[in-house]
Design a binder for this molecule. Structure first.
Ligand code: GAP
Length: 443
């Protein structure tokens, strides 16, 4: 077992060493709260995104994919409440001038860095401000969006007009969000630029206070969120549901359930599910003066739909996956590190090697087999660097579930290749004609 304090350091180091994730602007000393994804991190992230699209959009008939612009008319953020209220309480130490988020301090009266006292609490708006166009005045202000959600609310009418869907239906989007966090920390957990995967699921409003029809949709989406976590291989024992109490909920929400995850630094929020009622559509209707109501052909009634919002942080998902998958053990008397990734999200599903690099017959045959596999399983890689033991270790470290080795028996006896299982290290001999099926079924 790796100790929790060490685990984060080990994950960050593996991510850099093996091309998953790097510190943003690293050669200039970095930029706090920014992370850059390398080739393997991108593969991992794309696999997660695809599983999400499959479960929440492609696998159903009531969801519309969306991709709104990051910069939006500043009125969006007035309507949503972000311009006035998307703020965290900030305190500054009078002695060392270090700044902290008040609600994250163990002792709200004493600076954790130097023991000094704090000045007045200020509300710090977390939206990044910019100007659109050549003139920098109040009318040209815009913000990098702090959530993808608003891009969907302001396009609700466009989807209605283009597709005429009946309620209930949803809009789904994956995209960047930006928050000028006072204290970015814990690697990908709290960063200033991150990706969200969000759904706005529009439903009929309740007839009266006793109408709890929305609960059915809420529970269904909650189950789907759990199913998604299982799809990507997250250990369900590390996921906990938290019913967010009245005082703790965001201003727009009537019910919120957070999914928390046992990260190495403690149990923290991974995803949220909120019943946002008609708050957003009503506000955008009011501020834009555009009618965002829905006409129900069946009941001949016109109303503003209510909305349930499952919200997923993609980078937090990557961190949860990595901290869950990071494993150290001993294999054949040697210590090793491996990522126990579900094959569904592993950057490579299979790696192909010639047993020896300096035997042209082996290399040629291995390349031929690699080409055959790659056609059917594009997430395949070829490696002939170093000795075979080192190649296994390299693939273990990036979570490749299977390694295929071409040896002398392959070419001399035609007796197939060896396939090594990442977790057990066990090898099996498989006929060339069965190889693709074997890997596909195992994956
Ligand atoms: N539209 C609702 C919304 O944005 P949120 O709880 O503020 O709600 C949703 O954010 C999710 O976005 C969080 O559950 C988390 O996964 C992710 N998230 C929020 N702030 C983040 C940050 N600073 N860094 C990384 N992920 C973050």
């Amino acid at each position: 077992m790796v100790k929790n304090e060490e685990l984060m350091e080990k994950i960050v180091s593996l991510c850099k060493r093996r091309g998953f994730i790097y510190q943003g602007s690293e050669i200039y000393g970095g930029l706090a709260g920014m992370w850059d994804y390398g080739p393997l991190g991108l593969e991992l992230k794309d696999n997660i995104k695809n599983i999400w699209w499959n479960r929440f959009v492609r696998g159903r008939n009531d969801m519309y994919r969306f991709d709104a612009a990051i910069l939006m008319n500043q009125k969006t953020w007035e309507a949503s409440g972000h311009a006035a209220g998307f703020a965290d309480p900030l305190v500054e130490c009078k002695k060392c001038q270090h700044r902290f988020r008040l609600d994250q301090l163990e002792d709200p009266k004493k600076c954790p860095d130097c023991g000094g006292s704090f000045g007045e609490v200020r509300q710090f708006n977390m939206m990044f401000k910019t100007h659109v166009g050549a003139v920098e005045d109040a009318t040209s202000i815009s913000y990098l969006r702090p959530e993808t959600a608003q891009g969907m609310f302001v396009n609700f009418k466009n989807i209605m007009d283009s597709f005429h869907p009946n309620l209930p239906f949803g809009m789904a989007q994956i995209g960047k969000a930006f928050r000028n966090e006072i204290a970015p920390r814990d690697f990908l957990f709290r960063s200033r630029e991150f990706e969200q995967m969000e759904i706005e699921y529009f439903i009929k409003p309740p007839k009266d206070a006793s109408d709890l029809g929305w609960q059915r949709h809420f529970d269904h989406l909650k189950d789907e969120m759990k199913a998604f976590m299982a799809d990507i291989g997250l250990d369900s024992n590390k996921v906990h549901e938290l019913e967010v109490s009245d005082g703790e909920r965001a201003h727009y929400s009537k019910r919120t359930v957070d999914f928390e995850f046992d990260f190495p630094f403690g149990k923290k929020e991974l995803y949220g599910l909120a019943y946002r009622t008609d708050f957003d559509l009503k506000k955008h209707s009011e501020f834009s003066k555009v009618d965002l109501s829905y006409y129900d052909e069946e009941t001949k009634e016109r109303f503003i739909p209510h909305v349930i919002e499952p919200s997923f942080g993609l980078d937090r998902t990557v961190l949860a996956i990595l901290s869950d998958a990071y494993t150290e053990d001993e294999l054949g008397g040697e210590k090793r590190i491996y990522l126990k990734l579900s094959p569904a999200i592993a950057p490579y599903k299979v790696a192909v090697f010639p047993l020896l690099k300096n035997k042209p017959q082996l290399v040629e045959k291995a390349k031929e087999i690699f080409k055959m596999i790659k056609k059917e399983i594009p997430a395949a890689t070829f490696d002939d660097n170093g000795n075979i033991g080192k190649r296994y270790r390299r693939q273990d470290e990036i979570g490749t579930p299977y390694c295929v080795t071409v040896d002398f028996e392959t070419i001399e006896k035609g007796s197939g290749v060896t396939v090594r299982d990442r977790d057990s290290g066990k090898q099996e001999r498989i006929a060339e004609s069965d190889l693709i099926n074997y890997i596909k079924i195992a994956n």
